[in-house]
Design a protein around this ligand. Structure first.
Ligand SMILES: Cc1ncc(COP(=O)(O)O)c(C=O)c1O
Length: 474
């Protein structure tokens, strides 16, 4: 709303107006977070009609914040409660409030971090975050990387780096090795990078849904013999469906033997490397050429925070650097990364602060403790469901995902599984999601939010057992 006293500066609140604006938003956020445990795990009843009310023309004049916030309240309510403790669907994260505070500072100061000379110390904060992430993954000094909007763009950037490093300019004979469990973003990324379906070679998996190294070796040999150019192996370090971890050391050895780039998609799973069992859970990760790691998953940050870590950052520069004459000279900030030269972006948000502030406030120890709890909760849920006659487990959790099917008991097991999941979700205390693997309907519990603890996972398990029994007429 334009203040009557300063019609010539309608967009600049005075300090008191600014404080009121921020205070009201802070109160809104605090109240939202305070009530998360009681909020339904999802509520989209009437959400489509509500959505239509937001399809409106651009307003010519403003309204008071109070009115606008009231308008927003139901829009937040009518959604999946992704930040709540009961969100055990897809890949959760939660969104720790300290990151929201960092975003407030980043947006309010609005410094430019796309070029190093414009804010050297702030750019260094982001570079330091990358160093922290590489060291947490066990990578040796010298690794670099970038923060991205998420795992999809990190995977895209990795494909472009690998293509530049391993293929000639005419790259259409390149072959990418992946499995049925590889995340869809890799397929999209490959398409954006100029490849098509004929550039994929799908490698079979074992009974735990992990790539078979012998089949990979054979595929590379055959493709070479056919005159193709094998260049990239995508290793899953925690698949989205079940958290399966490919045999990365074997894949790295194959990659090195044949001169291929090995990219680990550790968007979900990589963070478990910081737990005490980390190396055993994710062996070989630091031996890859690049790693996608999503802080907006296992570091519990808000959506919009991914990263690509890379053994030789220079490959990003070789792929992306363009000479310009209108940007500040980076030599003034020598030694600090000039992000416009190694990312697809020029203007960009200050994602570094969103990662840096929580680490500074809580230390790695807090994250490690949370992640160890998630591993333990998934194992606990697995043990509970394994002994229940209504369920058949796909596998022991390799990380923090429990995947299982319903036992048919005379009924079609896929539709029974979907019905159990629907009924569990309808209780609105937890929210689970299903998937299809080898044609079968699979239920899954993904424990990853920093707000999900034993009592809520227990509620999920109890609800699953009760609904399965009730559908079996017991
Ligand atoms: C294994 C894996 N890779 C990549 C992605 C894509 O990440 P984003 O949604 O951040 O783009 C996901 C998302 O769930 C994932 O689980």
């Amino acid at each position: 709303m334009v203040s009557a006293e300063k019609p010539d500066r309608p967009l600049e609140p005075d300090p008191e107006e600014l404080r009121n604006l921020l205070d009201d938003c802070v109160s809104f956020a605090v109240e939202h977070i305070r009530t998360l445990p009681e909020q339904p795990s999802f509520d989209v009843t009437g959400a489509k009609q509500l959505a239509l009310t937001f399809n409106e023309p651009v307003p010519e004049s403003g309204e008071p914040l109070e009115t606008v916030l009231e308008r927003l309240r139901p829009a937040f309510a009518k959604s999946f409660t992704t930040a709540g403790p009961g969100y055990l669907a897809y890949i959760p994260g939660g969104g720790i409030p300290a990151a929201a505070a960092a975003d407030l500072l980043a947006c309010a100061t609005n410094r430019f971090v796309g070029v190093s000379a414009a804010a050297p110390a702030l750019v260094q904060i982001e570079a330091t975050v990358i160093q922290w992430l590489t060291s947490l993954m066990g990578c040796p000094p010298g690794w670099g990387g970038i923060l991205t909007s998420g795992g999809s763009i990190a995977n895209l950037t990795a494909i472009v780096a690998a293509r530049t490093a391993r293929l000639p300019e005419d790259f259409l004979s390149g072959v990418i090795y992946l499995t049925q469990e590889t995340h869809s973003s890799l397929i999209k990324s490959a398409r954006i990078a100029g490849f098509s379906d004929r550039n994929f070679h799908w490698i079979p998996v074992d009974s735990r849904l992990r790539m078979l190294p012998d089949a990979l070796e054979e595929a590379i040999r055959q493709d070479r013999a056919r005159g193709l150019s094998p260049f990239l192996i995508v290793a899953n370090a925690g698949t989205t469906n079940t958290g399966a971890v490919d045999p990365i050391p074997d894949l790295v050895e194959t990659g090195q033997r044949h001169g291929l780039w090995v990219h680990a998609d550790a968007a979900y799973g990589g963070v478990f490397r910081i737990t005490r069992e980390g190396e055993a859970l994710l062996p070989g990760l630091p031996r890859c050429d690049s790693i996608t790691l999503d802080p907006h998953k296992g570091l519990f940050l808000p959506y919009g925070t991914g990263s690509l870590l890379i053994r030789e950052q220079e490959w990003l520069a070789k792929a992306l650097r363009v000479e310009t004459h209108y940007l500040p000279d980076p030599s003034a900030a020598e030694g600090i990364p000039n992000y416009t030269e190694i990312t697809a972006e020029l203007s960009r948000e200050f994602r570094g602060l969103r990662v840096w502030l929580p680490f500074k406030l809580y230390g790695v120890r807090a994250f490690r403790q949370q992640l160890e709890e998630k591993l333990e909760l998934a194992r606990w849920a697995y043990r509970e469901l394994k002994d229940d006659p209504h369920f058949e487990m796909l596998d022991e959790p390799q990380l923090s995902i429990v995947a299982f099917t319903a036992r048919g008991m005379g009924r079609d097991r896929d539709s029974l599984g979907a019905e159990i999941l629907r009924r569990v979700n309808e209780r609105r205390r937890v929210f689970l999601s299903g998937t299809r693997i080898d044609g079968r309907y699979v239920l899954r519990i993904c424990v990853l939010s920093f707000r999900s603890h034993r009592e809520r996972v227990e509620e999920a398990v109890v609800a699953l057992k009760e609904e399965a029994r009730s559908l079996a007429g017991e």
